[in-house]
Design a protein around this ligand. Structure first.
Ligand SMILES: Nc1ncnc2c1ncn2[C@@H]1O[C@H](COP(=O)(O)OP(=O)(O)OP(=O)(O)O)[C@@H](O)[C@H]1O
Ligand SMILES: [Mg+2]
Length: 282
């Protein structure tokens, strides 16, 4: 209760961070709802994993959807919070797995409300963020237990992307008592034949924000997962052991220790997973 009160105070202070201050104040919940939140704080049981990046088209939606279905397939209660106004991940998840709760939010205030609500009844809430660093992204980051930042394996603006992301995370942590603690870069779209891939593997080893050891390759399975009416995820496709291997390795690395602490509702909905062949960064 005390921790939550302090966090709310920190949230208030956060409004001075930059020009988004005014907007952010508007997003704070009315007092009545905040009191209700405090009363229900002990009911928070889930973990919020946010996929965010200042850059667009890097794989936030693809990885968020795969993460949601991957967790569902392991028997957990999962919700997806789609915070990108294109609403692609909500559409994708609804088509793949109707049992996953899907909600949408377009303002920071809605984000706060939905996250608190969903965390009471789900083991994991997966947030698919918009590109950029507006107050909606900041609201998601403030609430996150873990932030996954996909980094596209392309050299064009690698350094600036890393710099902007690091600055944003630093700013949020300064105003939010060091939270979110767990922020991880994830290299996505890796092609081992390219020189840039080797360069990126070397670069991400020495950054302020640690990178996941597991990397995701550029694979047709991720694109083919969403075609017209046949919508699925790479981990549920037949003969896609590379994609399945990359996704298994990545989410086991990121979430393995958390999974062991939570008892799944339906133990292993899908018992069989093909053994992955080779890791992306081998
Ligand atoms: N590992 C991958 N291999 C091949 N294609 C990929 C991979 N990851 C993402 N893509 C493709 O890259 C494109 C952009 O991915 P996605 O929409 O997930 O990015 P995003 O960061 O959510 O973009 P936005 O900022 O527009 O929301 C999509 O066409 C997707 O299919
Ligand atoms: Mg997206």
């Amino acid at each position: 209760m005390k921790a939550k009160l302090t966090r709310t105070a920190t949230l208030n202070k956060f409004a001075t961070i930059d020009s988004t201050a005014k907007e952010f104040f508007k997003t704070l919940l009315p007092v009545k709802e905040r009191i209700a939140n405090l009363l229900f704080v002990w009911q928070r049981r889930g973990m919020l994993v946010v996929f965010a990046a200042t850059k667009g088209g890097v794989g936030k939606t693809t990885l968020a959807v795969h993460n949601a279905v991957w967790l569902y397939d392991r028997g957990f209660r999962v919700a997806l919070l789609d915070v990108d106004d294109q609403f692609l991940s909500s559409d994708w998840v609804r088509k793949v797995e109707p049992e996953i709760t899907v909600r949408q939010a377009t303002t920071a205030r809605q984000v706060v409300r939905e996250v608190d609500d969903l965390l009471r009844t789900h083991d994991f809430v997966i947030g698919d963020g918009p590109q950029g660093k507006d107050e909606v992204t900041v609201a998601l980051l403030l609430k996150a237990d873990m932030v996954v930042v996909p980094l596209l394996a392309s050299g064009l603006d690698l350094n600036s992307t890393i710099a902007v992301t690091t600055e944003l995370i630093r700013a949020v942590r300064r105003k939010n008592r060091g939270r979110p603690k767990d922020v991880r870069l994830v290299v996505n779209g890796l092609d081992n034949r390219t020189r840039i891939s080797r360069h990126i593997k070397a670069t991400v080893k020495k950054l302020e924000i640690p990178a996941a050891k597991s990397m995701v390759r550029r694979l047709g399975a991720f694109v083919d997962a969403y075609i017209g009416d046949t919508v699925t995820v790479a981990t549920r496709m037949k003969r896609q052991s590379k994609a399945r291997g990359d996704i298994n390795r990545l989410f086991n690395e990121l979430l393995g220790s958390h999974l062991r602490k939570i008892k799944p509702k339906d133990k292993h909905r899908f018992e069989k997973y093909e053994k992955p062949r080779r890791a992306a960064n081998e």
